[in-house]
Design a protein around this ligand. Structure first.
Ligand code: HMG
Ligand code: MG
Length: 298
């Protein structure tokens, strides 16, 4: 009953590095993304065209986008909050534009400095222009399973944002458990509502592993027919505007489980680990994924 194949989107260069205090040199970011491009990954979120004053670790977004080798068949994506970000992303010729907002008011305001209602027209303009430019568009919804400021987020509130994003014509929807509070029952409850509006093939789950529930949530999603997952290599990541948010689901932990279950991803585990070793060395600290911690014992 599980899918034969799933798509893994690597968001480490964006969601991972945005939360690191250490500035990774532009050349090292480029080398890392080039290594990731050789692993068999088909989707890589490489950076973010947000205000660099808000996210200094990714202030070299344009240089990174220009500097990487584009491997045919790989979709290179970047986060875009508004028109100004879109202009830079289009100039850098990304394949995919990822817009984002939250299901909860307070996180939306802390993260992008606007309330939900006034975010809609900003994103609509970005999505329409990106579509006109022939780009793929992904829409993230954050705090789907809980907000660091408001706690539980009612599913009706999630649906208000989901419906608005869908009406803009996005190709793919990514549901974010921004602070890693979701559990499998909740995942299935939310998915059973959303799957009435949007087909599973275009839905991505974006789990953070803050409380160790990310892989359980992946399994619950696989049970519901979901075939797309975001991960950050080594378990890097977190949103600086969500107190307590920590690492994304580690791509290497996800791959370990999917490989073991016989679910294909097209990713070469040995090459992925080389890419993990590279960024671990540049960051100068051990990365938190279970897989990397266990390696000495394999
Ligand atoms: P603002 O301050 O309200 O923007 O920020 P503004 O339109 O009032 O402009 C103020 C200044 O920012 C101006 O500069 C603009 O030019 C500049 P000044 O005239 O003062 O010198 N500016 C920009 N500069 C570069 N690129 C831009 C840009 N836009 C404005 N695109 C804004 C609004 C959204 C830009 C700001 O709040 C921001 O950058 N926020 C980003 C926050 C962020 O990146 N958070 C993390 C990513 S979201 C996440 O991690 C969740 C996710 O992983 C899913 C999940 O886990 O749930 C996706
Ligand atoms: Mg995230």
């Amino acid at each position: 009953k599980w899918p034969e194949k799933v798509v893994v989107r690597e968001v480490g260069p964006r969601d991972g590095l945005q939360n690191e205090k250490k500035f990774i040199a532009t050349a090292d970011k480029i080398d890392w993304i080039n290594l990731l491009s050789e692993t068999g990954l088909t989707h890589i979120e490489i950076t973010s065209f947000v205000n660099p004053k808000w996210i200094p670790p990714l202030s070299d977004a344009f240089e990174v986008a220009q500097g990487i080798k584009r491997v045919p068949g790989v979709i290179y994506s970047a986060l875009v909050p508004n028109r100004k970000g879109l202009e830079r992303a289009l100039e850098a010729d990304l394949d995919e534009i990822a817009v984002f907002m939250s299901a909860s008011e307070t996180h939306n305001r802390k993260n992008i400095n606007k309330d939900i209602a006034s975010t809609f027209p900003v994103l609509r303009e970005v999505v329409e222009e990106a579509l006109r430019a022939g780009k793929r568009v992904l829409g993230y919804v954050s705090t789907v399973f809980g907000c660091p400021y408001e706690g539980t987020v009612p599913v009706e509130q999630v649906m208000r944002v989901v419906d608005e994003l869908l009406s803009m014509g996005i190709h793919e929807l990514s549901l974010g458990d921004t602070i890693g509070v979701a559990n499998p029952r909740q995942v299935q409850e939310v998915l059973s509502v959303i799957l009435h509006r949007f087909p599973a093939e275009h839905l991505t789950m974006h789990f953070h592993d803050t409380r160790g529930t990310a892989l359980a949530n992946v399994l619950a999603s696989l049970d519901m027919g979901i075939t797309r997952f975001d991960g950050a290599l080594g378990g890097l990541g977190g949103c600086p505007y969500a107190p307590g948010a920590s690492g994304n689901l580690a791509t290497d932990d996800l791959l370990y489980m999917l490989d073991g279950m016989g679910i294909q991803t097209g990713i070469d585990a040995a090459k992925l680990l080389e890419a993990a070793a590279f960024i671990q060395e540049k960051l100068g600290k051990p990365l938190p994924s279970h897989n990397l911690q266990a390696r000495g014992n394999l």
